[in-house]
Design a protein around this ligand. Sequence first.
Ligand SMILES: Cc1ncc(C[n+]2csc(CCOP(=O)(O)OP(=O)(O)O)c2C)c(N)n1
Ligand SMILES: [Mg+2]
Length: 733
Amino acid sequence: MEVAISSAHVPEPAVGERSLSPEQMVQIYRLMYLSRRVDDREILLKRQQKVFFQVSGAGHEALQVGAALALRPGYDWFFPYYRDRALCMALGVTPHEMFLQAVGAGADPASGGRQMPTHWSSKPLHIVSTSSSTTTQLLHAVGCAEAGRYFSHHPEAAEKAEGDYRAFHDVEFHGDEVVLTSLGEGSTSQGEFWEALNTASNQRLPVIFCVEDNGYAISVPVEVNTPGGNISRLVANFPNFYFAEIDGTDPVASLRAFQEAAAHCRAGLGPAFVHGHVIRPYSHSLSDDDKLYRSTAEREADALRDPLAKMQMRLLREGILTDEQINALEQQLDREAEVAADRALEAALPRIDGIQEHVYSEDLDPTSSLFATEQVLAPGSLGGGKTGGEKGSAPRTMADLINACLHDEMRRDSRIVVYGEDVADASREEALSEVKGKGGVFKLTAGLQSEFGSERVFNSPLAEANIVGRAVGYATRGMKPVVEIQFFDYIWPAMHQIRNELALMRWRSNGVWASPAVIRVPIGGYLTGGAIYHSQSGESIFTHIPGLRVVFPSNALDANGLLRTAIRCDDPVLFLEHKRLYRETYGRAPYPGPDFAIPFGKAKIVRPGTDITLVTYGAVVPRALQAAQKAQQQGIDVEILDLRTLNPYDWEAIATSIRKTSRVIVAHEDMLSWGYGAEIAARIADELFEHLDAPVRRVGSMDTFVAYQPVLEDAILPQPETILKAIVDLKAY
Ligand SMILES: Cc1ncc(C[n+]2csc(CCOP(=O)(O)OP(=O)(O)O)c2C)c(N)n1
Ligand SMILES: [Mg+2]
């Protein structure tokens, strides 16, 4: 096994050094030194228990200052990671702002006291909020670059529009903008690293990937994470890249590499990969002690490469500053760090009553009357969909009306892009003159690429995190990605992006950033042969994520109106489409026109009744109706509520019905234990106890996955008979 590159093996700078002016050299040292002193001051505050976490950028300063000085804050875009103090300082984040974050002050501009220190965010500087998750930010950077390119090709899409999310997203773009994202060498082991390089390379996107290689991921040395110990060697065959492997303790070499990288990107040639070898003199964080796993010799060798000491020597050697001048400068910067920290310690704390602000958009409420355009369709009105102009009076399937909504909304809003696995008609456009086109494995996106072109409708790589991570980047730039995950069963690689990024962007940035994308996902069983990996449910896993709206229509008309609201609103939405309902006779409806919308959080009484309330949604709705018809024959009058949206859900409708019937069943297709019904049942027991004449009952599938053999599938999933039995039992209670 090859070992990590040590200082002795650090490659020569990629370009010959032209000298910088003395002022530039001093400015570089000033930034590097101040960054280190802010770290040191923060460490002191942590030891005094005045701040609560510390992770330093020590040893990485030269590389980061080089990157920042090659780029333009507020013009280019930045998706940094937690070590990037010197980068952010050089871009314009002040020491005071950094300390405000460390103390968790209300005025912390990055997160208002919600995130740990060094989790950067600044709208004016174009630093997009980052999480603690290693590597997720790379896909955001890719989506951001795609959005910038899209706007420069379609400047009209940047214009503001009233009546939907666009009213709240100012768009800025420059044709030659660059996106910088950074990560540690250990993080290159994450799949999302490779997924990001894939798309950046394929699309020649102007993204600079900066690997800050300090040789360790906490205690794990580089050769354990990276076969052969050098990530540059592994990525060298990606097409269209500019590559540089440099001594990241040398700010001038770093600056040169990033200047060349930026020039490559701005010229539209493709992405860049700058691999800087740096050191980590302060352990991973204050929670770590590297003496536990690094030899003394290794740590001493690293110390000899300290970028601060080297730069100081250089200033002296090149006669740029004298000893006295360096001392005076350092004293001034020490004082600057101290004053900034002292001021932050006096700052007001965040408001407790503000905790729930910015979970969802405060500007645009998807439950509001703005989205209440449910109307009776005028017979003969024009229909949407791939051919357009169809008569609206013929009943159409859920698949048709979802497709029609996508066509209508894409016509109306040029910020919408649609992508995912197999969603395009044909990636090789030239084939379209002779073939019909794919348009999704369920054909829900059929005809979109043919009508709107390959820049707006395209296939993604087979990588779910790639789909959602890029959507986060697109949406933070003000675009509206409406992406597809091919099957709910395969949403899990994207789970990290959905939970830790998509749903959290607004809250963790204290309302400064948001990523209101729509994820359409075919879900559910009752397929006869769908088996374990094409029949899963699991909606409660997603309703358990604050910040994410979850929609689950049961019929064509609701699917059309709710998808329109999902697209026009300003929150991220998981839009669950039951595969079994796509083409069923049940629930077909005429095309309702291009402005038909249904607000979230409004249940529908699909069958009025007086004896028992049955709360349900999705494919259980038609099964519950069958059960209710049979119950009626036994004299039991069941009221069925279709929730339609699961977050938010219509508590008022549930409560009103239960006050009338005093008996309730919550029924869903997903497994009974820990399912969506558990929460609804618990709340009913809690808040409506005095209205109940019987216990709250639940109906769900067995606590197992769905088997292939139809006999097993039928037994596992709730059937009309299962529901009927629960109705009869409950009435007799
Ligand atoms: C997805 C994820 N897994 C694990 C962690 C915990 N963790 C935080 S930093 C880190 C090591 C990162 O090492 P590297 O990428 O080399 O960056 P460095 O800290 O050395 O700059 C780990 C495992 C995390 N934050 N995110
Ligand atoms: Mg590392």
